[in-house]
Ligand binder design. Structure first.
Ligand code: UT7
Length: 349
């Protein structure tokens, strides 16, 4: 059974740089608070009309496909991870298939937020190992800026997130000892509402996520999208930041250790850890806990913010482009986020 390897990788971030100071035009915040709590200095925001989650993904995919030495026509499956799709449905996978003039191949969208890319990679890995596909395009892309609450009310969430895309092409390896060694996927729905966007959705307050007092009887009977939902910030993401932080610093090390021990490695064997870029403080905590040297962990949240499903492929691509990942290196990807879901992937580059 052949292992799968990342044969090509690409990233795309919008040209528009938004600094912490730029955000002070819309909300009460400041550069010091944002940098101290998150490490973020700036993020990118996509063009309002000319860039979408899919168009950014296509740009990243073109690079990944070229670097893999293949063509869009040769791709035989697409897996697209995002929480900010162009449409509520259909998913972005089919839009990539159309935009890149691919064959009538399968396209799958993954909804696992911050761990979406690692989940997507894991699914692709199984298809390659089973021999079903030979050239899978795996994408993580987000256009968060379209739907954040840019008022002081939403500042704990809106200052964190940024836009961008990353993509890889997964192929079977011919080389002994190269490729994805294992992937590890987890979830715990107990805290599903701690980091979530409740609407649009079919829940009609079933889980108690809306304040009924805000709605009249006719609205409750329907519980469809309304201006009141917008006014009450119920069409924006909600995050209990401190609760997410506490869980993240436990689950990141746990899932990294799971990947290492499954393959007979220890933390000293890691050449490069690419953590999901949730918060620089979380990454630093994980680094300290695992006693990893500075050059064994790659962070770029300082410049892109948290790009959710795109953060790992963007960071992985940038680390590789800077020559920080070489053939034969032991590379670990790890993510934690909304769901809660968390995941890791261990590979020999
Ligand atoms: O990738 C998805 C997974 N997400 C995460 O991993 C996020 C994990 N959580 C975090 O990163 C942190 O919890 C945050 C960065 C979101 C927030 O940091 P915190 O230290 O947990 O702050 P807090 O939410 O406890 O808020 C502390 C104070 C509050 O004011 P009071 O009540 O103490 O007066 C907030 O209103 O900071 C205030 N605050 C802000 N002040 C300036 C919240 N957001 C801001 C802001 N600017 N942007």
């Amino acid at each position: 059974m052949p292992l799968s390897k990342i044969a090509g990788i690409g990233k795309y971030v919008p040209a528009n740089i938004v600094t912490n100071n730029d955000l002070t035009k819309y909300m009460e915040t400041n550069d010091e608070w944002i940098q101290e709590r998150t490490g973020i200095q700036e993020r990118r925001y996509a063009h309002r009309t000319e860039e979408t989650t899919t168009t950014m993904a296509v740009e990243a995919a073109k690079i990944a496909i070229e670097r893999a030495g293949t063509t869009a026509e040769e791709i035989d499956f697409i897996i697209f991870a995002t929480l900010s799709p162009d449409y509520y449905f259909p998913g972005c996978g089919v839009l990539v298939q159309r935009a890149m003039k691919m064959k009538e191949i399968g396209a799958l969208d993954i909804r696992n937020q911050c761990s979406g890319f690692v989940y997507a990679l894991s699914v692709a890995d199984q298809f390659i190992k089973s021999g079903m596909y030979k050239n899978i395009l795996v994408i993580g892309s987000e256009k968060h800026s379209f739907g954040l609450d840019f008022t002081t009310r939403g500042r704990n969430v809106s200052v964190i997130f940024g836009d961008g895309a990353g993509a890889v092409v997964l192929q079977p390896t011919e080389k002994e000892g190269q490729g994805i060694l294992s992937t590890h996927l987890h979830s715990d729905g107990e805290s599903a509402e701690m980091l979530a966007m409740y609407n649009p959705g079919t829940h009609a307050n079933h889980w108690g996520t809306q304040n009924y007092a805000d709605f009249d009887e006719a609205e409750i009977a329907q519980m469809f999208l309304s201006k009141k939902m917008m006014d009450n910030a119920q069409l924006y993401p909600f995050m209990d930041g401190p609760a997410v932080f506490k869980k993240a610093v436990v689950k990141f090390p746990e899932v990294i250790m799971e990947a290492l021990s499954k393959n007979g490695y220890t933390t000293t064997d890691i050449d490069m850890l690419i953590p999901h870029q949730a918060n620089l403080r979380i990454s630093q905590f994980v680094q300290q806990k695992l006693k990893l040297a500075d050059d064994k962990v790659y962070n770029n949240i300082q410049h892109y913010g948290n790009t959710t499903a795109a953060s790992i492929p963007i960071a992985l691509c940038e680390a590789w482009e800077k020559g920080k990942i070489k053939e034969g290196d032991l590379v670990c990807l790890a993510a934690f986020g909304s769901g809660f879901t968390w995941a890791s992937a261990l590979m020999k580059w």
